[in-house]
Design a protein around this ligand. Structure first.
Ligand code: PLP
Length: 404
């Protein structure tokens, strides 16, 4: 027997799979590169780009994790279906919040963050060449998850003239015939738009008529201002038959790094998603589930305090921009401002201008899809003092934007 000596071959190159080649170019790579360059030059960069809360997870949740992590019975593989105590806590919270009763045995599926469930869902119900209705602009996993399953995304433009809701009436019949799934997301990232129960009613009726599963991403349902509380699609009659809804503790309790969320709604769809997941992951660390349970059971007041902080930031930033003559609306929900690009710039050009002249990072709207062109997104995930500093820099560069 002969043995090859290392290196066995001079060059082994791995080509990306076709499904990876289909992903759009990573628009944020250039912004990342510039940011690193500016930071290396010791410039004071203000990052209003990332959709990740800057605040800490409330201590009572961290304490619950610590305690649960010390218990060896939590160290083994978790059940795929999640701990019964966590499932029940989700159902109790859901009933209190939305007045919808869920069956803890069948109508809830714990997720390792909602992104995971969103991206895996098409694998459970979409066959190659099936169509998935995807809003544009949108959170990127709706599209990439569809591609990974071999499905074809059909874009539903979210236009300002229609309050950033999709116009379901204009989707062609032959597209609908091939459609298996529709993603919706309200309160919306990136547009910060909200949807009424009336819109959900229409969507549910549409889904019944065309036999489509609705996947409603409600990651921002708990980030509402001035007392606004977003509805759940499951509040609508008939929704349970045609929809599931994704929820997450990430934005509600500043827990993005913890990776815990859940889907609720149609039992059959959830069991199919669960089947995919049981072949991929092995559940959520039980200590994290117990901490999440604590957050849902006892976090109401802390959650209100978190909202107050975002609301103050929102008012500070939006009023500051308005004073300078920018056209900007205070979002009812989400911690994003979705703002029209001043004339004379594309989204990408404006982003580069903000970086170069002010060292401020914002997100170009077209990064979320072509219908995001002409807009940029500001994330209110920095302290008030930083927002004040950002406003000051914008004011100083103002002559660039409103040449009269
Ligand atoms: C942040 C976010 C999520 C939540 O993701 P997790 O995986 O639960 O952290 C889901 N959808 C949208 C639109 C988001 O912006």
């Amino acid at each position: 027997m002969t043995f090859l000596k290392f290196p066995f071959h001079k060059t082994v190159t791995f080509e990306p799979a076709e499904r990876l080649k289909k992903l759009p170019p990573y628009l944020f790579a250039e912004i990342d590169r510039k940011k690193r360059e500016l930071v290396a030059q010791e410039k004071d960069v203000i990052d209003l780009g990332v959709g990740d809360p800057d605040l800490a997870t409330p201590p009572f949740i961290v304490d619950a994790l610590n305690e649960a992590a010390r218990d060896p019975s939590n160290h083994r593989y978790a059940l795929d279906a999640g701990m019964p105590a966590f499932r029940e806590s989700v159902c109790n919270w859901f009933e209190k919040r939305f007045h919808v009763k869920l069956d803890p045995a069948a109508e809830i599926l714990p997720l390792i963050g909602s992104k995971e469930g969103i991206a895996h869902l098409p694998l459970a119900i979409v066959n190659p060449q099936d169509v998935v209705l995807v809003p544009d602009p949108c959170y990127p996993p709706y599209r990439s998850g569809t591609w990974f399953a071999g499905g074809i995304p059909h874009l539903m433009p979210l236009l300002e003239g229609n309050d950033f809701l999709p116009d379901l009436g204009i989707i062609a019949k032959d597209v609908l015939k091939k459609s298996k799934l529709m993603f919706l997301n309200y309160p919306n990232n990136p547009t910060s738009a909200v949807a009424s129960k009336e819109f959900f009613r229409r969507a549910v009726e549409f889904a019944h008529e065309h036999r489509i599963l609705i996947a409603h991403d409600a990651a921002y349902s708990e980030v509402g201002f001035d007392g606004y509380q977003a509805p759940s699609i499951l509040e609508v009659e008939g929704a349970r038959e045609v929809s599931i809804e994704f929820h997450s503790l990430s934005k509600m309790f500043n827990m993005t790094g913890w990776r815990v969320g859940f889907a609720v709604g149609n039992a059959k769809a959830l069991s199919l998603l669960g089947k995919v997941k049981s072949n991929i992951d092995s559940g959520i660390f039980q200590a994290v589930q117990l901490a999440a349970k604590k957050a849902l059971d006892e976090g109401h007041e802390t959650h209100q305090d978190i909202l107050k902080i975002y609301q103050k930031r929102r008012d500070l930033f939006v009023n500051g921009l308005k004073k300078m003559g920018w056209e900007v609306q205070a979002p009812k929900a989400t911690f994003y401002c979705w703002i029209s690009v001043p004339s004379g710039y594309t989204s990408s050009e404006l982003v580069m201008k903000f970086l170069d002249t002010m060292n401020i990072i914002i997100t170009p709207g077209n990064g979320f899809g072509m219908n995001g062109e002409g807009y940029f997104r500001v994330s209110l995930t920095v302290p008030e003092a930083r927002l004040e500093e950002a406003l000051k820099r914008i004011e100083q560069s103002h002559h660039h934007f409103h040449s009269k």
